[in-house]
Write a protein that binds this ligand. Structure first.
Ligand code: MSP
Length: 642
């Protein structure tokens, strides 16, 4: 039978900007996809975006656009990021696509026809931002308020007519499956969590909403939309042709693996398998859960302003070091802490020092001692034995999704090769003609160690593997090669190319200085408002005007009543600039007036417009102020500012 491997990322909500959490899941999936391709598997790698539900509807409302406009715009952020991160996905699914909507409705109908979806009334505590009802026993009570255990926000009571999925019926079957397939939820701690959850009892799930519009309609009952998680989970089946391509489905579905963050395992290890059992479909081979990233020891959040932008990391440190760091730094499954200092440390030690030096030293020696030609001889050695072991250690680690273990095994091999240079001292051998065969043996072994290392790092660092291959004089694309056809010694006779620095060392002291300077700059930068579209700006009408009168307003300490001339009309405007000017200073000044502001009454005076000024404020109080005025005072009054 053909070896297939179907790997999926969660589909990402499009109400958020992509950050390292999203990058991490996707890079982990990309790496296993590339690895399995190099092991000869027919791989299908899926990612995509979750585009329905309350969160999206709310985000769209806040921006004054339709949900469809929002998802059409924002899903591109993810597509663009995957390009930057060199992600090799075979498909990108969006839940608003027709191919998906049809599958969701077909599955919903199938379960309705079977009696596994039925109508009832749902009432419960609901977390609006998380779009989920919270079970009574999980609610957090504080100061008389009921709070969401996940996000800490206040819950609201909701009651609505709802369709329910009879998941409870399949729980015993699922428990039995997990008892027989202990590796189907990884790592073990998550398996235990799921088992105890299942054994605690699972209620039927509410799978439709009447309180929301932005979703897939329930077939035959359009006032309901299908609950976003029921819709989202199905994406994995849609994408491999559940409805449209039975052949493809039969090929990939039996080997599906879902990679998820630990926060969403109940959906993937309870709800989804129960849905699959009801539909009569095979269960995922594995659901693999990774931990969460914090940043410099703190939870990542917009309010803390510590959200790590993957694009910035790539720009500052390069793509492959970033990919390497994410997978190497934390034992897969554990939570991890992201720190740029740790990233710089790994670049200097693992990449520049260990790998970079091995390449550089080896190529220099092959050039000096053998005129760039890799010698031929029997290359069986301690290194070749270790190479065999490394290949199988890496394979075992990758099969367990323990990326850090795989990389550790590769770096132990690289370190061994560096030590091999120190032990054999080729520079001494080169001086002694009688040691020529030994020198051949050493150089070929080192070359092979590099050729294998490049292949082994290729899934994690595709570009670096290619760069090493180029310097080694190999034109093949490492990623298209197969690990099982690697033979130690095959590199003999190759002509190597010029050695070039793989990863420049970063001077830590300089780096720290630059970081401090950046921090200072950031502290000076004003908070700023959210981005607006040019159309929003175009809604503001500003024109050149001249102040023709200025009067005090008896009731006000701050305001002047001004008369301004727009050329085509005169208006009364109240302006809070009394503290900065005398009336004599103001009369005759040419200013810029916002002309289409809704009129307001201020201290009993109708004010019809606003004069623009720049100010320095302290604790919200202006300390210094100057009026905006056109450079050329002869520009006609009434001229539009845009
Ligand atoms: N749309 C759902 C998934 C539906 S799958 C059928 C969702 N989306 S999400 O965009 O909120 O999260 C997607 C993934 O990003 C999750 O696996 C989540 O664990 C991961 N991460 C989000 N923040 C993270 C960190 N700070 N660290 C690591 N991963 C985190 O949930």
């Amino acid at each position: 039978m053909e070896k297939t491997f179907y790997i999926t990322t969660p589909i990402y909500y499009v109400n958020d900007i992509p950050h390292i959490g999203h990058a991490y899941t996707t890079i982990a999936c990309d790496t296993i996809a590339r690895y399995k391709r190099m092991k000869g598997y027919d791989v299908h790698f899926l990612t995509g975006t979750d585009e329905h539900g309350q969160k999206i509807q709310t985000a769209a409302q806040a921006q004054g656009i339709t949900p469809q406009q929002l998802v059409d715009k924002i899903h591109m952020n993810f597509k663009d990021l995957w390009r930057v991160l060199n992600i090799s996905n075979d498909d990108f699914i969006r839940t608003t696509e027709d191919r998906h909507i049809r599958v969701v409705q077909a599955m919903f109908k199938k379960l309705m026809d079977k009696g596994d979806i039925y109508k009832g009334t749902y009432s419960g505590y609901y977390c609006v931002p998380d779009e989920t009802y919270v079970p009574e026993n999980a609610i957090i009570e504080r100061d008389g308020k009921k709070l969401c255990p996940d996000c800490g926000r206040e819950l609201t009571i909701m009651e609505e007519e709802s369709y329910f999925f009879r998941g409870s019926k399949y729980v015993p079957e699922l428990i039995k499956y997990y008892e027989e397939n202990v590796k189907s939820v990884m790592p073990r701690v998550r398996y235990n969590e799921i088992m105890s959850f299942l054994k605690g009892g699972v209620r039927d799930q509410s799978v439709s909403r009447t309180s929301l519009k932005w979703g897939i309609p329930v077939p035959g009952d359009e006032k309901h939309v299908i609950y976003v998680w029921f819709d989202a989970l199905i994406n994995y089946a849609t994408a491999v042709g559940y409805l449209d391509d039975p052949e493809m489905f039969a090929k990939y579905w039996p080997n599906v693996r879902h990679m998820v963050g630990k926060d969403i395992i109940r959906f993937h290890c309870v709800i989804w398998p129960l849905m699959l059992l009801a539909l009569g479909l095979p269960l995922p081979v594995e659901v693999v859960a990774h931990g969460w990233w914090t940043v410099d020891g703190e939870k990542m959040s917009k309010t803390r302003k510590n959200v790590v932008d993957p694009v910035k990391m790539v720009r500052d440190y390069g793509l492959d070091p970033f990919r390497y760091f994410l997978l190497r730094e934390v034992p897969f499954g554990n939570d991890g802490d992201f720190s740029e200092l740790a990233l710089v440390g790994r670049i200097n030690s693992d990449l520049a020092n260990d790998l970079g030096n091995l390449l550089n030293r080896t190529l220099q020696m092959i050039k000096s001692y053998r005129n760039n030609i890799v010698p031929s001889c029997d290359a069986s050695s301690e290194l070749s034995e270790m190479a065999e072991k490394t290949l199988s250690r890496v394979d075992e680690a990758m099969n367990n999704f323990t990326y850090d273990e795989a990389l550790k095994a590769i770096w132990e091999f690289i370190s061994r090769a560096n030590k091999f240079i120190d032990e054999t001292m080729p520079w001494k051998l080169a001086k002694d003609e009688s040691q020529s065969a030994k020198l051949d043996f050493v150089l070929l072994n080192l070359y092979e160690a590099l050729r294998l290392s490049a292949l082994l790092i290729a899934p994690t660092m595709p570009d670096t593997a290619k760069r090493i291959f180029t310097q080694l004089g190999l034109d093949a694309e490492p990623l298209t090669m197969n690990y099982d056809s690697f033979r130690w010694g095959d590199g003999a006779g190759t002509t190597t190319r010029k050695a070039e620095v793989l990863f420049p060392r970063i001077d830590i002291e300089e780096w720290k200085k630059a970081r401090e300077a950046k921090k200072e700059e950031a502290a000076m930068k004003p908070e700023g408002l959210p981005e607006i579209a040019i159309d929003d700006f175009a809604k503001v009408e500003m024109r050149v005007a001249r102040i023709t009168k200025c009067e005090e307003i008896p009731r006000s300490k701050k305001l002047y009543k001004l008369e301004v001339d727009l050329g085509y009309e005169k208006r009364t405007v109240c302006s809070g600039i009394k503290a900065f000017f005398t009336p004599e200073e103001l009369v005759g000044k040419t200013v810029i007036l916002v002309t289409n502001l809704k009129p307001v009454k201020l201290c009993g005076v109708d004010s019809n417009g606003m004069i623009l000024a720049a100010s320095v404020k302290h604790d919200g109080v202006a300390e210094q102020l100057t009026l905006l005025t056109p450079d050329d005072k002869n520009i006609p009054l009434g001229s539009r500012v845009s």
